[in-house]
Design a protein around this ligand. Sequence first.
Ligand code: AMP
Ligand code: MG
Length: 396
Amino acid sequence: MISFDAALAKVVQAAGLLGTERVALSDAHGRVLAETVRAKTPLPPHDYSAMDGYAVNTADFGGPLPVTLPVRGESRTGRVAPRFERGSACRIYTGAPIPDGADAIVMQEDTTRTGDVLAVQTTPTAGEHVRRRGEDLPENAVALETGTRLGAIQLGLLAAVDRASVDVARRPRVTVMATGDELRPPGSEPRPASIPESNGVAIAALAREAGADVVVSAPAKDDPEETRARIRAALDASDVLVTIGGVSVGDHDVVRPALEAAGVTLEFHKVAIKPGKPLTLGRRGETHVLGLPGNPVSAQVTFLLFGLPLLRALQGARDVLPIARRVRLSAPIRQKTGRRGFYAATLAGDVATPLRGQSSGATTILAWADALVVVPEDSEGLAAGDVADAHLLRGS
Ligand code: AMP
Ligand code: MG
């Protein structure tokens, strides 16, 4: 049995960037940047006003207030600023270029205008309410590092630095294949002793969220030949094959031998975690294989903890490992030592309450949980009030 940390290290070390492609900004959401993006021109590209008001020269101030100035010209957004005359004020709007010769903006609220004569009630300082060319990002400075996952806000920055397309990591091609004679499509006519296939639905959606191109294969029967043939075909078409179930030690757990028969080299097939001990990692050529245990909590927890890092690593992401935050327990958690435990909990602020019924066979608790509380392998549990690490199950 391999430790959690050693297993995770094996998963991500074996995975390198698959390749890159150029995509339009409109197709880049959720992708991982495969280039360092720099500002071609300074951001902002010209000095502009941060306020509606008047552009002035501070040398025209210093005497008693109000200072009276004639209004000459107007600077509007999207137009070249007019010539500025010393001893005057130029009408200006938020975003409009600063005329040459003006060095400050007085806010409209600090002025009184009578016809073309402006009375200014305050003494501006040089640079006041002026946004400088390049103050946000100088020319050629880095806007986004390679390996950044492109969320909505990062797309906005790419547009601001004038990019219409970017190099991103190729999507990993993932095949999700459930196994088990008992499985049938959700919503289909129940056969005796059948259950709806539910893990594959969750795993496929998680993989898609992580940027993968996912094919969900029909569940394979618990038959050695069929499973082997299905695995062979899936390996040829995938960067990552995720099998679900049949990976433990029962007589009808045919996945591990089928993987080996299909030419997959197993890296490990038991991890010191609870749930998810039978998790299996393998590889054939460039194709990675994750054999997830079939119990719903086990399958989903192991994919969250190992599958998502694998997909991030294959996309060259900078932040690959699961991020933990600190929480305080409202109730105790007990466990046997020897395996790192992951417990579904709800969160209220930073207070975590473990859910009842922490069975690896539960189909409910993860869907109701906000986080997985981590209990170290050498611990017999945690008491109410203890601080623990937790992985969030929902985005912000
Ligand atoms: P296994 O790992 O194949 O021994 O399966 C362990 C448990 O998980 C059994 O109760 C299976 O019926 C259940 N199970 C396996 N695969 C799935 C699946 N894809 N969806 C829902 N339950 C599953
Ligand atoms: Mg099974």
